[in-house]
Design a protein around this ligand. Structure first.
Ligand code: UDP
Ligand code: MG
Length: 138
């Protein structure tokens, strides 16, 4: 088995709506291992780093305001094909395209406030994880 790590965020809407346990339970039941976990609040520097690829897009101001609006849960999940598994469990970015049975398909109803983030490639995971964790438990 090739162990892969991915950064997962439960965004401020997920925390505010009391969906942290529900979302984490789904990942745990799927067999993904929790390798790191913390609660934090995004500041301007972290937004610019984490969402660097989206700076300048029309939705960036709304995304920035939202992601800084309250606490976010950050975790590293680990397992064989963890990146693809998490992306599939999250569902499509746009809530109205997310399939039932996915996190967004079951709970999201807004384009920006879509509950979760998951790294979209091994390169993204390698870049994102150190933004939130300087050391992982092994
Ligand atoms: N987003 C938005 N409007 C859009 C596209 C994206 O508000 O038209 C927000 C949404 O919160 C999304 C985040 O920006 O999760 C990052 O966008 P990305 O395309 O990377 O989607 P993701 O990887 O989260 O599915
Ligand atoms: Mg993305």
């Amino acid at each position: 088995m090739s162990v892969e790590q991915t950064l997962v965020l439960i965004k401020p809407d997920g925390v505010a709506r009391g969906l942290v346990g529900e979302i984490m339970a789904r990942f745990e039941r799927r067999g993904l291992r929790l390798a790191a976990l913390r609660l934090l609040r995004f500041d301007e520097v972290l937004v610019a780093r984490h969402y660097a690829e989206h700076i300048g897009k029309d939705f960036f101001p709304a995304l920035k305001e939202f992601i800084m609006s309250g606490p976010t849960v950050a975790m590293v999940l680990e397992g064989d094909r963890a990146i693809e598994i998490v992306r599939a469990m999250m569902g499509a970015t746009k809530f109205y395209e997310a399939a039932p049975g996915t996190i967004r398909g079951d709970y999201a109803n807004h384009v920006t406030r879509n509950l979760v983030h998951g790294s979209d490639s091994p390169a993204a995971a390698a870049r994102e994880i150190p933004l939130f964790f300087d050391r992982l438990i092994d």
